[in-house]
Design a binder for this molecule. Structure first.
Ligand SMILES: C[S@@+](CC[C@H](N)C(=O)[O-])C[C@H]1O[C@@H](n2cnc3c(N)ncnc32)[C@H](O)[C@@H]1O
Ligand code: SF4
Length: 334
C-alpha cells in the first residue's frame, strides 16, 4: 500500500471507529462490491453463480463508487462471483483507481493469465486455496491448481501483497500444515475461515457430522501456529473468538445485548447495487438501493444477527470492538 493510501485508509477507519464508539451516524470506511455473480467454476459451498441478478452497467458502477466516496468509504473490495469473468473489469478497476480507493480484488485467478499484467491498479489480492490439490478440487471443482500457483507467483513477483483464503470444510490439520508450508515457500499470507451456512450467498446447511470438539481443536491449532510465527493474516483475537464459539453448525446469532459493526463500519453491495450491512445479511434484511438512496440516512442501524463467525465480518467486528489488539493485523482482510 502506498504511504498516502495507508494514511487515508487509517484516517477513514478512525472516523468510522469514532462514529461507532459514540453511537454516531453510520460511517463505513470499507465496502465490498460484487461486480458480477457469474463465475467460471462451481464451488461446492458457494451460491453466487446460481443467483441470477442483473448487473450494474459501467456508468452505474461509476455512480455507485462516487456515492461510496461521499459516505466516507476508502477501502473498496471487488469480488464476485468471479470478477475477472466480467468483460469490463479493467474499466471498473480504472474507475475505482481514479476515485482514489484502496482496491482489493478477490479472484480464483484461473483467468489471471488473460490479463497480461494489466491488474497493476489492484493494491491487494485475495485468492482461494482450500488445502492440498485434492482437497481444493474436492471443494472447488476440477481445475488447474498449478495455474493458480503460477498466478500467485506472478502477483508476488510484482511486489503486490496476496492472501489466500481457505474455507475450512473438514477440520484436518494436515491441510493447514500443507497450506502454511506453501505460504512460507510462496511468501504469501493465509486467512482461514469456517464454511458459512444458511444464508443467501452460500449453498449449504451444516453437515450433521460436523464435530464441535474437532473444530475447536483445529482453531486452537491455528492459534498456536500463529503464535509460533506462521504467516496467518487473521488476528489472534479472531482465533480466540472462534475457539469459544458455541456451535460451529451455526454461523451467526442474534444476542440483543451485543452490537455488530456491519453497516456502521463496513457494508456489502450486491451485483444489483443493493447494499446490506454485510454479505451474510443479504436476504435476511431489507436492502438499500445505493443508486437512489443514501446509506447514512436510510440504514436503520439494525442487523438480523449481532454475533458471527463469518470470516471477514468477524475480523471487522473485532476491529471495532477490540481496535487496539486487532488493528495491526486486520487492515488488509476482505
Ligand atoms: C465468493 S468468493 C469470490 C471470489 C472468487 N471467485 C474466489 O473464489 O476467490 C470470496 C470468498 O468466499 C469464499 N466462500 C464461498 N462460499 C463460502 C462459504 N459458504 N463459506 C465461507 N466462505 C465461502 C470463497 O472461497 C472465496 O475465498
Ligand atoms: S467461491 Fe468463487 S470461484 Fe467458487 S463458485 Fe463462488 S465465486 Fe466462483
Amino acid at each position: 500500500m502506498g504511504a498516502i493510501k495507508t494514511l487515508q485508509t487509517g484516517l477513514a477507519y478512525s472516523q468510522s471507529l469514532l462514529s461507532y464508539k459514540t453511537n454516531g451516524s453510520p460511517r463505513p470506511f470499507s465496502a465490498s462490491f460484487v461486480v458480477s455473480n457469474r463465475c467460471n467454476i462451481r464451488c461446492s459451498y458457494c451460491n453466487f453463480p446460481l443467483m441470477k441478478e442483473p448487473e450494474l452497467t459501467l456508468p452505474q458502477v461509476e455512480a455507485l463508487f462516487k456515492r461510496l466516496k461521499q459516505i466516507g468509504v476508502m477501502r473498496l473490495g471487488l469480488l464476485g462471483g468471479e470478477p475477472l469473468y466480467r468483460k469490463d473489469i479493467l474499466e471498473i478497476i480504472a474507475t475505482a483507481k481514479q476515485l482514489g480507493f484502496f482496491i482489493s480484488l478477490n479472484s480464483n485467478l484461473l483467468l489471471y493469465d488473460k490479463f497480461n499484467g494489466k491488474l497493476s491498479d489492484i493494491d491487494y489480492f485475495f485468492t482461494s486455496l482450500d488445502g492440498t490439490p485434492e482437497r481444493h478440487i474436492k471443494n472447488r471443482g476440477k481445475q488447474d491448481y498449478d495455474k493458480v500457483l503460477a498466478a500467485i507467483r506472478h502477483i508476488r513477483s510484482t511486489g503486490k501483497p496476496l492472501t489466500a483464503i481457505c474455507v475450512v470444510t473438514d477440520y484436518e490439520t494436515a491441510d493447514a500444515d500443507y497450506l502454511i508450508a506453501l505460504a512460507q515457500k510462496e511468501n504469501i499470507t493465509l486467512h482461514f475461515q469456517p464454511e458459512c451456512f444458511d444464508t443467501e450467498i452460500v449453498l449449504r446447511t451444516a453437515n450433521e457430522q460436523l464435530n464441535q470438539q474437532k473444530a475447536k481443536v483445529f482453531w486452537q491449532y491455528l492459534l498456536t501456529q500463529k503464535q509460533q510465527g506462521a504467516p496467518l493474516t487473521s488476528s489472534a483475537e479472531y482465533f480466540k473468538y472462534i475457539i469459544h464459539w458455541h456451535n460451529y453448525k451455526q454461523s451467526a446469532v442474534y444476542t440483543p445485548e451485543k452490537r455488530c459493526a456491519a453497516g456502521l463500519g463496513y457494508l456489502f453491495i450486491d451485483a444489483t447495487g443493493t447494499a446490506y450491512p454485510c454479505a451474510y445479511t443479504k436476504g435476511k434484511t431489507k436492502g438499500i438501493n445505493l443508486l437512489e438512496e443514501n446509506w447514512q440516512t436510510a440504514f436503520t442501524k439494525k442487523t438480523p444477527c449481532t454475533q458471527c463467525i463469518v470470516g471477514p465480518m468477524l475480523e471487522f467486528n473485532l476491529l471495532f470492538e477490540k481496535p487496539f489488539s486487532s488493528v495491526a493485523n486486520v487492515l488488509n482482510i476482505a
